[in-house]
Design a protein around this ligand. Structure first.
Ligand SMILES: *[C@@H]1O[C@H](CO)[C@@H](O)[C@H](O)[C@H]1NC(C)=O
Ligand SMILES: *[C@@H]1O[C@H](CO)[C@@H](O)[C@H](O)[C@H]1NC(C)=O
Ligand SMILES: *[C@@H]1O[C@H](CO)[C@@H](O)[C@H](O)[C@H]1NC(C)=O
Ligand SMILES: *[C@@H]1O[C@H](CO)[C@@H](O)[C@H](O)[C@H]1NC(C)=O
Ligand SMILES: *[C@@H]1O[C@H](CO)[C@@H](O)[C@H](O)[C@H]1NC(C)=O
Ligand SMILES: *[C@@H]1O[C@H](CO)[C@@H](O)[C@H](O)[C@H]1NC(C)=O
Ligand SMILES: *[C@@H]1O[C@H](CO)[C@@H](O)[C@H](O)[C@H]1NC(C)=O
Ligand SMILES: *[C@@H]1O[C@H](CO)[C@@H](O)[C@H](O)[C@H]1NC(C)=O
Ligand SMILES: *[C@@H]1O[C@H](CO)[C@@H](O)[C@H](O)[C@H]1NC(C)=O
Ligand SMILES: *[C@@H]1O[C@H](CO)[C@@H](O)[C@H](O)[C@H]1NC(C)=O
Ligand SMILES: *[C@@H]1O[C@H](CO)[C@@H](O)[C@H](O)[C@H]1NC(C)=O
Ligand SMILES: *[C@@H]1O[C@H](CO)[C@@H](O)[C@H](O)[C@H]1NC(C)=O
Length: 479
C-alpha cells in the first residue's frame, strides 16, 4: 500500500470516527407498515365491551360480552387495589381472574400468530386471594406456554411492575383456543390475565427461503423450524439504537429493546446511525417485515482502533433456561461509508464460544448489493438440561477476521433476536423461575464502569489519529 493510499485510508477512517462521534441519533421517519396482519386482536381482559385506547393509540376491546369469551360466568373481572399512575391503564388496570380452567376462543385464519400476554400482578379488589396466591398454566392446543407461572415472582425478579410474554404459534384450524388454568396440586390458587394480543404474521421462521434450516452451532446438523414449532421470544434488540415501540415496528407490533444492557466485557464498541444518503434496500428474500428500517438503520461496531479490536470480542449475553433449543437470529447491514465493497469489513461470529460463521462479509453476502442491503442469519443452539443450573448464559461474540487482510479490522451488528423453541413434548415453560433481570442489573453496573473506560479509549484514539494525520500531512508538504 503506497503512502497516498494509506493516507486516504487514514483520512476516511478519521471521517468515519468524526461522523460517528459527532452525529446525534436522528429521529427516523416511520412509514414502514408494509405488512397488514389478517388478525390484530387486542383484548382488554376484565373491561366492559367497547373500545379503550392505549398510550400508543391502539384500540383495545373489553372481554365482557365479547365473542372471544362466550362463558365468562366462572370468572370475575377485577381491578388492582394498588393503582399507580406509572402503570399504563390499558390494559393493566383491569384483569380477569380464573379460579377454574377457562378458554378464550378466537376465530382466526390458519397460520402463524404472535400471542402476547400482559400481566400486572397485584392484589385485586373483591378477592379473598392475595397476589402471592396466583400460579397457573397457559396453553394453546397441545402447547404449554406457561406452567406454574407466577407473574408476581417473575416481575419481582425482573425488578418491574408489569410484563408481557410473547409467543409464536402456527394455528392449523380456524380457531385459536387459549386456556388459563390455576396450578393443580396447590390449594386455592388463581389464574389471571390483563390483556391478550393476537397478531397474524407471515412465515418469518418457517418460510421457503434459504434460511429455513438453520445450523445447530458446533455441529453439521440443521434443525427445521416448521409449522409444528412454537417459539417464545427471549430478547429482541435494536442493536446500537434506541428501543422501538410496537407501533413503530413494520406491521407485526414487535417491541425492539436497546441492546446496551446485554453487552458484556470491557469494551462496548461504538454505536452509529446510518449515513443519511443510505436507504435500507429490502427485497423478496428480506422483506420489510423481517425487521423495520429503524433496526437496520443503527448498528454497533467494535471501534476505530484495529489493535484494540484484535484483542477483544464484541459480546452480548442473554440468560436462558436450560433444556431447550434456541433460535438466534442476527441482523446485519452495512450502513455507513466507506464500507461499500467486498473485503472491507470481514469478521467471525461466535455463539457460545463456538464458531458460527467464519469470515462474514456482509457486502459479499448480499452478492455485491452493497451498502444498505440487509441480511439476517439464523442459528440454533442447544442448552442441555444439566443438574448444575436451570439458568445459563447464551453468548454471541464478534471478532475481526483478518485472514484475507480486509481494509478494516472491525465487526458490526444491527439487530439480535433470541427465541426459545418448544421441547419434544410441546412445552415452553421453564422448570424454575427465570432470574434473567437480576443478572442484568449486575451487568448494567459493570457496563457503566466500562463505558467510561471505552469513551476514554475512543477519545484517546481519535486524538492519536488526528495527530498522525496532521504529522503525515505535514511530512508530505515538507517533501
Ligand atoms: C407512507 O405510506 C402510505 C401508505 O401506507 C403511502 O401512501 C405514503 O406515500 C408513504 N409515505 C412515504 C414518505 O413513504
Ligand atoms: C408507583 O410506582 C413507582 C415506581 O414503581 C413507585 O416509586 C411509587 O412508590 C408507586 N406509587 C404508589 C402509590 O404505589
Ligand atoms: C397484597 O396483600 C398481601 C396481604 O395483605 C400483602 O402482604 C401484599 O404486600 C399485598 N401486595 C401488594 C402488591 O400490595
Ligand atoms: C371471601 O370470603 C368471605 C368469607 O370468608 C366470603 O363470604 C366471600 O364470599 C368470599 N369472596 C369471594 C369473592 O370468594
Ligand atoms: C410448581 O411449583 C412448586 C413450587 O412453587 C413445585 O413444588 C412444583 O413441583 C411445581 N410444579 C411443576 C409442574 O413444575
Ligand atoms: C376450540 O374450542 C372449541 C370449543 O370448545 C372447539 O369446538 C374447537 O374444536 C377448539 N379448537 C381447537 C383448535 O382445539
Ligand atoms: C394464599 O397463600 C397463602 C400463602 O401461600 C395461604 O396461606 C393462603 O391460604 C392463600 N389464600 C387463599 C385464599 O387460598
Ligand atoms: C401452519 O400450519 C398449516 C397446517 O398445519 C400449514 O398449512 C401452514 O403452511 C402453516 N403456516 C405457516 C406460516 O407455517
Ligand atoms: C450524499 O448526498 C449528497 C446530496 O445528494 C451528496 O452531495 C454527497 O456527496 C453524498 N455523500 C456520499 C457520502 O455519498
Ligand atoms: C430437566 O430435568 C428435570 C429433572 O432432571 C426434569 O424434571 C425436567 O422435565 C427436564 N426438563 C426438560 C425441559 O427437559
Ligand atoms: C465462553 O467463554 C467465556 C470466557 O472465556 C466463559 O466465561 C463462558 O462461560 C463461555 N461460555 C460458554 C457458553 O461456554
Ligand atoms: C415442538 O413440538 C412439536 C409438537 O409437539 C414437535 O413436533 C417438535 O418436534 C417440537 N420441537 C422440538 C424442537 O422439540
Amino acid at each position: 500500500m503506497n503512502t497516498h493510499e494509506s493516507n486516504r485510508h487514514w483520512f476516511s477512517l478519521l471521517l468515519v470516527i468524526v461522523t460517528v462521534t459527532t452525529s446525534i441519533y436522528p429521529i427516523i421517519a416511520q412509514n414502514s407498515t408494509t405488512y397488514v396482519p389478517a388478525e390484530n386482536i387486542l383484548l382488554n381482559c376484565g373491561a366492559p365491551s367497547g373500545k379503550l385506547y392505549a398510550l400508543d393509540g391502539r384500540a383495545w376491546g373489553g372481554d365482557i360480552r365479547s365473542n372471544y369469551a362466550p362463558a365468562i360466568k366462572n370468572t370475575v373481572s377485577a381491578i388492582p387495589s394498588n393503582q399507580n399512575s406509572s402503570i399504563p391503564t390499558v390494559p393493566y388496570m383491569t384483569a380477569r381472574i380464573f379460579q377454574t380452567k377457562f378458554t378464550y376462543t378466537f376465530p382466526v385464519t390458519p397460520g402463524r400468530k404472535f400471542i402476547r400476554l400482559y400481566f400486572y400482578p397485584s392484589n385485586y379488589t373483591n378477592l379473598n386471594f392475595t397476589d402471592s396466591n396466583s400460579s397457573f398454566t397457559v396453553s394453546v392446543g397441545s402447547y404449554t406456554l406457561l406452567r406454574n407461572f407466577s407473574a408476581l415472582l417473575t416481575t419481582q425478579a425482573m425488578n418491574r411492575d408489569y410484563m408481557t410474554k410473547e409467543f409464536s404459534v402456527n394455528v392449523s384450524s380456524n380457531t385459536l383456543n387459549l386456556t388459563f388454568a390455576p396450578s393443580s396440586g396447590k390449594e386455592n390458587t388463581f389464574a389471571f390475565v390483563n390483556g391478550i394480543e393476537i397478531v397474524s404474521t407471515p412465515q418469518i421462521f418457517d418460510g421457503s427461503d434459504t434460511f429455513s434450516q438453520p445450523q445447530i452451532v458446533g455441529t453439521t446438523s440443521t434443525l427445521t423450524i416448521d409449522e409444528h414449532t412454537a417459539l417464545e421470544t427471549v430478547v429482541r434488540l435494536n442493536v446500537g439504537g434506541q428501543s422501538v415501540s410496537p407501533v413503530d415496528d413494520s406491521g407485526l407490533y414487535r417491541e425492539w429493546d436497546d441492546d446496551s444492557p446485554y453487552i458484556y466485557g470491557a469494551v462496548v464498541g461504538m454505536t452509529y446511525p446510518k449515513d443519511p444518503n443510505v436507504t435500507i434496500k429490502y427485497s423478496d428474500t428480506i422483506p420489510e417485515y423481517i425487521a423495520p428500517p429503524v433496526v437496520y438503520g443503527t448498528a454497533r461496531s467494535m471501534g476505530p482502533n484495529a489493535l484494540v479490536n484484535l484483542n477483544y470480542k464484541l459480546t452480548w449475553i442473554a440468560t436462558v433456561d436450560a433444556g431447550f433449543y434456541y433460535l438466534v437470529r442476527l441482523h446485519f447491514c452495512e450502513i455507513i461509508y466507506p464500507v461499500t465493497k467486498v473485503n472491507m469489513r470481514v469478521f467471525d461470529v461466535f455463539i457460545n464460544n463456538m464458531t458460527a460463521v467464519q469470515g462474514l462479509d456482509v457486502i459479499a453476502y448480499t452478492e455485491g448489493g452493497g451498502i444498505g442491503v440487509p441480511i439476517y442469519l439464523d442459528f440454533i443452539v442447544f442448552f442441555p438440561n444439566t443438574s448444575a443450573s436451570s439458568q445459563q448464559d447464551l453468548w454471541i461474540a464478534l471478532h475481526p477476521d483478518i485472514s484475507n487482510k480486509p481494509v478494516y479490522y472491525n465487526a458490526e451488528l444491527n439487530g439480535l433476536e433470541i427465541f426459545k423453541l418448544n421441547d419434544s413434548t410441546g412445552n415452553l415453560y421453564a422448570q424454575k423461575l427465570s432470574k434473567q433481570q437480576t443478572v442484568d442489573t449486575g451487568k448494567k453496573k459493570r457496563i457503566r464502569r466500562f463505558l467510561f473506560i471505552s469513551i476514554g479509549v475512543a477519545g484517546a484514539v481519535l486524538l492519536i489519529l488526528l495527530l498522525a494525520y496532521a504529522l503525515r500531512h505535514w511530512r508530505r508538504r515538507q517533501n
